[in-house]
Design a binder for this molecule. Structure first.
Ligand SMILES: N[C@@H](CCC(=O)N[C@@H](CS)C(=O)NCC(=O)O)C(=O)O
Length: 368
């Protein structure tokens, strides 16, 4: 009997939530391994070059890092119940939503976790037990405090800054209302079947907002359709969404979401792209870009928002644009017409330096 996959990650981890929801939906057997301090700091670092979760160990013994790469590899190996739509507009929309859910939502998920002290008891209990299983509670608490400090240290970079809290709260409430209204009409983002987009939204929603006590009570419970979607995606029932096709529509009720992506996320991508191009000439060949560059400013609802430009985010945009580039001219026309209807067709003309992943960083494929 072959060994199953092992998913190394915690239930409270954003990107582990994405991959776990995907694996459960696909019905792929896996060991759900809560990662401990040794595995995280030693084994994973040695195997992937980064201290990060989730990481998937395949039955063949390969260690795969990055939720998007993990899902790509699993889709190739397990083509039944595909999670990527075939029709051009939903296909492109699924990847665009993946990029947005993975990157845009990070400050919101960090803000709703780290700025409400009542969330800490759950974090301390779970992370402590995972990091140092079986060791004294006092030691576990010290280890968790260390991890929590390092996570809090990243808040400013991703834009979680006191002067921006009010704008983030307004944005979150508006967006959650829009998602709740959508899920009142459709079981999943792109219709009847869960897609890559749903698993990506599981990152912020299943692992953070729908689980941390403060946002679960204050933000999610008042929105019952969103709550039910979170529960569906976190624990799919056998046979749910069991169809040979992934979602093949872009429902009209998602229009406000795509409008926000065009109005807010596209300027974020453009700001990062500008900084990355500017950083390339001084980058020694073969060296990765810093994880965070200077601040980029963009709209967030009715306000302006600042966060560090993360070159990795551009790799997610490249992934989305690769999907468009691989389409036939007729299919590209459909995607172009759809984005034009939102005023976002300039996304398709963006020139991004070709990037590849190196752990949590990116570097140009060819030396500049
Ligand atoms: N883009 C990566 C991100 C993985 C990631 O950021 N994981 C978080 C936990 S949810 C982490 O380990 N962060 C460590 C760090 O940022 O240094 C993915 O899609 O898997």
């Amino acid at each position: 009997m072959s060994r199953p996959y092992t998913l190394y990650g915690w239930h409270l981890s954003y990107f582990t939530g994405k991959v776990r929801s995907y694996l459960l939906h696909k019905g792929i057997a896996f060991i759900d391994q809560q990662v401990n301090l040794f595995t995280l700091m030693w084994t994973i670092k040695r195997q992937t070059g980064a201290v990060v979760m989730p990481v998937l160990r395949t039955p063949q013994g390969a260690w795969v890092q990055d939720s998007s790469v993990i899902i790509d590899q699993l889709e190739a190996a397990h083509p039944q119940r595909p999670v990527v739509p075939v029709s051009p507009v939903p296909r492109f929309a699924a990847y665009l939503l993946e990029a947005w859910c993975d990157e845009w939502w990070i400050p919101i998920a960090m803000h709703t976790r780290w700025n409400y002290p009542e969330n800490y008891a759950l974090f301390e209990r779970e992370a402590g037990g995972h990091l140092l299983p079986g060791l004294p509670k006092a030691l576990q608490r010290r280890a968790v405090a260390y991890v929590a400090d390092s996570l809090r240290g990243k808040l400013h970079a991703v834009g979680v800054r006191p002067e921006q809290f009010a704008a983030m709260d307004r944005w979150t409430n508006t967006m959650l209302d829009q998602l709740d209204a959508h899920f009142a009409q459709h079981p999943y983002l792109l219709g009847q079947q869960p897609t890559l987009a749903d698993f990506s939204l599981a990152g912020p929603m299943v692992a953070h907002l729908g689980r941390d006590p403060w946002p679960a009570r204050e933000l999610v419970a008042p929105r019952p359709h969103l709550r039910r979607w979170i529960d569906r995606v976190a624990s799919p029932k056998p046979g749910a969404g069991d169809s040979p096709h992934a979602g093949e529509v872009v429902p009209a009720s998602l229009k406000p979401v795509f409008q926000a992506i065009v109005d807010e996320f596209l300027p974020l991508l453009e700001g990062i792209n500008k900084q990355v191009w500017a950083a390339l000439p001084a980058l020694p060949p073969g060296k990765a870009l810093r994880r965070g560059l200077a601040d980029v400013e963009l709209p967030m609802g009715d306000a302006r928002f600042k966060r560090s430009a993360l070159p990795y985010t551009l790799w997610m945009a490249q992934r989305t644009l690769d999907v468009y580039q691989a389409m036939s001219p007729a299919d590209q026309n459909q995607v172009h017409a759809w984005l034009s209807s939102l005023g976002g067709e300039r996304l398709l003309a963006m020139t991004i330096p070709r990037l590849r992943l190196q752990g949590l960083r990116v570097l140009p494929e060819r030396p500049s």
